[in-house]
Design a protein around this ligand. Structure first.
Ligand SMILES: NC(=O)c1ccc[n+]([C@@H]2O[C@H](COP(=O)([O-])OP(=O)(O)OC[C@H]3O[C@@H](n4cnc5c(N)ncnc54)[C@H](O)[C@@H]3O)[C@@H](O)[C@H]2O)c1
Length: 254
C-alpha cells in the first residue's frame, strides 16, 4: 500500500518543514521527487538525503510567484503524476496592521504561487488523464484565528481553488484535495514567533502548542503521512475535499 514507484512528484517548498517531510516520505515510497524551492541549498540538502537513502530526487531553484520560471521547470520535468502545493509564507497581524506590501507578498507566494503551479501542471496531467494534487490550506481557512488577516485570506483562496480545480478536471482523472493543519512545529512557526514576539519565544511557543486540544503541535512527519495517503492510488475515490489535521483545534476547542 501507498507505493509511489514510477510516479513523478513535484513538491513546492520541499526544502523545509512540512514540504521536506513530504519529500523524504514520497522518496522513500518510490516516487521520483522534484523539489521546487526558493532556497536552493535547502532543496539540494533534501535531494541528497533522499538519494542517500536510495531514492530518486531532483532540486530546482524556482520562485513559485514567477509563472514563466514555473512553466519552464515543470515542462522540463514533464509527465507529472503528483503535485503538492506546499510553499507558503506567514504574516501576523489584523487588517489594520496589514500593509499593502504584506498583503501582496503573502498573496504572491501563497495564492499566486499555487495558481502558477496548477497552471503549469494541469495541462500535463490532462493529457495523460490522471493526476493527484494536494494543496496546503490551514485551519485559518475554516475558523477565525486572531491576527492572521492576510494569511487567512491566502488559505481561504487555497480552499476555493481546490474545489474549482477538483470540479473542472474530474473527467480527466485528476483529483484535487487540500489539508488543513493546525500548528506544526517547523521553521515557519519558529520564524514567526522569533519575528513577532521577540523575548517571549518560549511563552508564545507554549501558548501555540496548548491551543491544540491534544496539547502539542503536530510533527511534520504526521502531515506527510496524510499527504502520502491522499496522493496515493489508495485514495482514488477522494477529490474536492479538505482534511483538517489539527489535534482537535477546529471541533474540540470549547
Ligand atoms: N507550520 C504550520 O504550523 C502550518 C500550519 C498550517 C499550514 N501550513 C502551511 O504548510 C506549508 C509549509 O509550511 P512549513 O511550516 O513547512 O514552512 P517552512 O517555512 O518550514 O517551509 C516553507 C518552504 O517554502 C519555501 N518558499 C517560500 N517562498 C517560496 C517561493 N516564493 N518559491 C519557492 N519556495 C518558497 C521556503 O524556502 C521554505 O523552504 C505552508 O503553505 C504553510 O502555510 C503550515
Amino acid at each position: 500500500m501507498f507505493d509511489l514507484t514510477g510516479k513523478k512528484a513535484i513538491i513546492t517548498g520541499g526544502g523545509s518543514g512540512i514540504g521536506r517531510a513530504i519529500s523524504l516520505l514520497f522518496g522513500k515510497q518510490g516516487a521520483e521527487v522534484h523539489i521546487l524551492e526558493l532556497n536552493e541549498s535547502a532543496a539540494s540538502a533534501v535531494r541528497d538525503e533522499i538519494k542517500e537513502a536510495g531514492g530518486k530526487a531532483f532540486s530546482h531553484a524556482v520562485n513559485v510567484s514567477d509563472q514563466s520560471e514555473m512553466l519552464a521547470v515543470v515542462q522540463g520535468i514533464g509527465a507529472v503524476d503528483i503535485l503538492v502545493n506546499n510553499a507558503g509564507i506567514a504574516h501576523v497581524g489584523n487588517l489594520e496592521n496589514c500593509k499593502v506590501e504584506d498583503f501582496e507578498r503573502v498573496y504572491s507566494v501563497n495564492v499566486k504561487g499555487a495558481y502558477n503551479a496548477l497552471f503549469s501542471v494541469i495541462p500535463l496531467m490532462k493529457e495523460r488523464k490522471k493526476g493527484a494534487i494536494l494543496n496546503l490550506a490551514s485551519i485559518a481557512s475554516q475558523v477565525g484565528i486572531t491576527d492572521r488577516f492576510a494569511y487567512s485570506m491566502s488559505k481561504g483562496a487555497i480552499a476555493a481553488m481546490t474545489l474549482s480545480v477538483a470540479r473542472d478536471y474530474i473527467d480527466y482523472g485528476i483529483r484535487c484535495n487540500s489539508i488543513s493543519p493546525a500548528r506544526v512545529h517547523t521553521p515557519f512557526v519558529d520564524g514567526f514567533i522569533a519575528k513577532n514576539y521577540p523575548g517571549k519565544e518560549e511563552e508564545m511557543f507554549a501558548k501555540l502548542a496548548a491551543s491544540q486540544p491534544i496539547g502539542r503541535m503536530a510533527k511534520p512527519e504526521e502531515i506527510a503521512s496524510l499527504a502520502l495517503y491522499l496522493c496515493s492510488d489508495e485514495a482514488d475515490f477522494i477529490t474536492g475535499n479538505d482534511y483538517p489535521i489539527d489535534g482537535g483545534f477546529i471541533k474540540l476547542n470549547n
